[in-house]
Ligand binder design. Structure first.
Ligand code: GLN
Length: 485
């Protein structure tokens, strides 16, 4: 079995349980795969072989003692925005290049309690601001389907690591699309949970009212397994919600009888023809599986979502990033004559261009003379968008849209044009604004590049979303296609 790295969580779990493979063998297979492809794709910021092998040995001991859960002994990689005790957490920023957190994020606690193996941390756009992973202060990540193209972002490293089998699964974070868009660009599964479903404790804050952690996996079953583990209330995150966590695998039913799906027309404006065609074919497949489709849904406020997001997210970011002043932790400019100069230079040299752009946009939108015109107005639009989704969910169990307007674009193509870059999230960010769950799953190819389908659910509707995604996945084999690397 020299193809161990190709296994999904559910397959590896079965073999571990039967004693046919060990976690050490599985971990070594992932590390070999990392050594083989990492030079080409640059998905990781930190790889910790020794710690990973130790954790694998621990997992094997637990398993031989009869203690095994679905994630026990499975090698994972984590987006470098989640705090890992004793392991550097950089947010792909110079500001945190040498920051090692003294504690674990809640999601990491949960994974460690199940003895998952943490191989290391994945590359991302600096502080999760971007859609291509080109804003990493260290290096860009390449798309394994075409090394001249971006993997999407900001969780580009996490999506690439799953697509190339460097890890069996990864965690990403999603503020406006950062799990789903790279999942779509790389032909893997990515879920953004309902706001409050997964604890944000230990997730470095970008825009606190929009950020959520979620799984990136090889298939929908694995997505359900990871969700089961990471979801749930956490006293250390006051926005996490004390609802019981269902067994998401029970939702994985292969037909769609009695489900009503809406197709919002606004999500097809300005979409690449091939992406549109793939989605239409995919929706017909959902219909064949028993779903009732309404092709004519309208959500007219969608057109304001992008503008509202680019007020709200930078505003929150400008407040959250004020903490990086060079005093308590992170990069600190040491050659200043006084405190003010030290703070100024710390930010000048510690942050990259996009992060500075967001801080400027945010402080402007929040400033005394402009608050009402920008921030307050964006909040009102947010309410309208949320209400529009609520009304749609009175009639439909879920909404289906493309994940992104195009397939993966070329490296360098949009770096000098922030607006074009921002537009690659038009289909995903309304979901964050409304705080609802959505998944992206593989749904076809355009000129050799994968394209994703997004399924949007009502608040805490993860089960419905997973159900639809599972049924589609069973009926197709897009997710089985692997990049030529
Ligand atoms: N691309 C969007 C942005 O730059 C979303 C990023 C994210 O979800 N973290 O803000």
């Amino acid at each position: 079995m020299d193809e161990l790295h190709r296994l999904t969580i559910s397959q590896a779990h079965q073999l571990l349980k039967e004693g046919k493979i060990s976690s050490v063998e599985l971990t070594k297979a992932s590390l070999r795969r990392l050594a083989e492809v990492e030079d080409k794709v640059h998905a990781c910021v930190t790889i910790n072989e020794d710690a990973a092998l130790e954790q694998a040995e621990e997992a094997d001991k637990a398993i031989s003692g009869g203690k095994i859960e679905p994630l026990t002994g499975i090698p994972a990689l984590i987006k470098d925005i989640m705090c890992t005790k004793g392991m550097r957490t950089t947010c792909s920023s110079k500001m945190l290049e040498n920051f090692t957190p003294p504690y674990d994020a809640t999601v990491i606690d949960k994974l460690k309690a199940r003895k998952t193996v943490i191989l290391g941390k994945t590359n991302m756009d600096e502080f999760a601001m971007g859609s291509s992973t080109e804003n990493s202060a260290f290096f860009p990540t390449e798309n394994p389907w075409d090394l001249d193209r971006v993997p999407g972002g900001s969780s580009g490293g996490s999506a690439v690591a799953v697509a190339t089998d460097e890890a069996v699964y990864t965690l990403g974070s999603d503020t406006g699309g950062s799990i789903r868009q790279p999942a779509g660009f790389c032909n893997v599964v990515g879920l953004k949970p309902t706001y409050g479903r997964v604890s944000r404790f230990g997730l470095v804050a970008f825009a606190s009212s929009l950020d959520q952690i979620g799984p990136i996996t090889k298939d929908v079953t694995d997505c359900a397994l990871v969700m089961r583990t990471i979801a749930g209330h956490d006293q250390r995150d006051s926005t996490s919600i004390p609802y019981p966590v269902p067994d998401y695998t029970k939702a994985l039913i292969p037909d769609l009888k009695d489900l009503r799906l809406g197709i919002p027309q606004e999500y097809f404006d300005g979409i690449q023809e091939e992406v549109k065609a793939n989605l239409q074919t995919a929706i017909k497949r959902l219909e064949e599986l028993g779903a009732e489709i309404d092709w004519e849904v309208s959500l007219p406020h969608t057109k304001y979502a992008l503008a509202a997001y680019y007020i709200l997210a930078p505003s929150e970011a400008s407040a959250n990033l004020a903490r990086y002043d060079g005093v308590k932790y992170g990069f600190s400019y040491q050659h200043a004559d006084n405190m003010w100069e030290a703070m100024e230079k710390t930010k000048q040299f510690g942050f990259g261009a996009e992060v500075k752009r967001r801080i400027m946009l945010g402080t402007y939108a929040l400033s005394a003379g402009y608050y009402d015109a920008y921030y307050l107005k964006a909040q009102k639009v947010r309410t309208l968008i949320r209400q529009e989704f609520d009304q749609a969910f009175e009639k439909y169990d879920a909404l289906v849209t493309p994940t992104s307007p195009t397939a993966a674009f070329k490296l360098g193509e949009k770096v000098d044009d922030p607006l074009q870059m921002y537009l690659s999230d038009v289909c995903t960010l309304p979901v964050n604004i409304a705080g609802i769950p959505a998944i992206s799953i593989p749904a076809g190819f355009a000129n050799g590049l994968p394209t994703g389908m997004q399924v949007i659910g009502k608040p805490f509707g993860e089960e419905t979303v997973l159900h639809i995604a599972f049924a589609y996945e069973q009926a197709t084999d897009w997710h089985k296609r692997k990049p030529p690397i």
